[in-house]
Design a protein around this ligand. Structure first.
Ligand code: FMN
Length: 285
């Protein structure tokens, strides 16, 4: 299992040591044109996680490819580029300009429809534009995420990144006014874990594709649960704002959890689909 960061949750150029402690670094989503992002306030803490309304602030693909990407390559870890846009051709044009990276298609951008055919249309356009590995990052706010997963698989995706944030709102205690400038934003952190587990479970069963699981991973136990429902790799998001040492800590905690379960050397991927670790124990003993 590899440990990655979740897109938008680590600035590798200001925290290069944290980026180097990962098995791969995933960029913030890059769009064709520069974006300022949304008006402040753009971050609000809640009891169960964090709300953000950053709005895909980024320098745009030209500046990213010329200025940022060469510096990311110097980190010495594999680089994943998160690609966003408002239409299939915008995604495909960015993909065509990339080389020697893995591409994560952010199919959960504001203003991009989440319907299965739209996600599949974007993936198909990108598949035509590049031979690089393509991971489709899906929103859990979909009535049947496994249907979208099947559609993007058929369109040529190599893997899935699951899940992006879900829309949420927080109100100011004293004034009852929305705390975010945009009134709602993406909910991440602990509240998202059961949502992520359900999404990975459904999509692995539907596609058996490589999956990067994310959503509320704070501990090694959380990471292990995502693997048990079918994730191949795990990404850390909100936890990195609180604990930059999370990659090493989570790795150590996974090893300790597996040892405690008595299955230190066993691949637990998908074990939840077989009724849990009891099935592994009957194989290994
Ligand atoms: C501040 C912030 C910025 C984010 N920016 C992006 C982004 O640019 N592209 C993207 O695909 N996801 C973005 N995300 C979503 C994360 O990559 C991840 O899917 C989500 O936060 C769930 O993981 P977590 O609960 O571990 O944070 C962002 C999340 C946060 C908290």
């Amino acid at each position: 299992m590899r440990i990655l960061n979740a897109s938008g949750c680590l600035d590798a150029l200001t925290a290069p040591d944290v980026a180097r402690s990962l098995d791969a670094f995933v960029s913030k989503t890059v769009t064709p044109l520069p974006r300022e992002g949304n008006a402040p306030v753009r971050i609000a803490e809640t009891d169960v996680g964090m709300l953000n309304s950053i709005g895909l602030a980024n320098p745009g693909r030209n500046a990213f490819i010329v200025e940022t990407l060469p510096r990311l390559r110097e980190l010495g870890v594999p680089v994943w580029i998160s690609v966003g846009g408002l239409a299939a051709h915008e995604y495909a044009e960015t993909c065509a300009q990339l080389d020697d990276v893995t591409i994560e298609l952010n199919l959960s951008c504001p203003n991009v429809e989440e319907a299965a055919d739209t996600a599949a249309t974007i993936v198909a356009a990108c598949r035509e534009a590049t031979t690089l590995p393509l991971f489709a990052k899906l929103s859990p706010a979909n009535w049947d995420i496994s249907e979208v997963a099947r559609a993007v698989q058929a369109a040529g995706a190599d893997g899935l990144s699951l899940v992006n944030t879900m829309r949420g709102t927080a109100l100011d205690e004293a004034t009852l006014a929305p705390r975010l400038g945009t009134w709602s934003g993406g909910l991440s952190g602990p509240a998202l874990k059961p949502v992520a587990l359900a999404a990975v479970y459904a999509c692995w069963r539907a596609t058996r594709m490589p999956i990067v699981g994310m959503g509320g991973v704070m501990t090694g136990r959380d990471a292990l649960e995502l693997v048990a429902v079918g994730a191949q790799d795990v990404a850390l998001g909100t936890v990195l704002f609180r604990d930059p040492d999370a990659p090493q800590r989570v790795r150590a905690e996974i090893a300790a959890e597996l040892a405690a379960l008595g299955i230190a050397d066993v691949d637990v991927r998908g074990v939840a689909h077989e009724g849990g670790v009891a099935s592994l124990l009957s194989l290994t003993r």
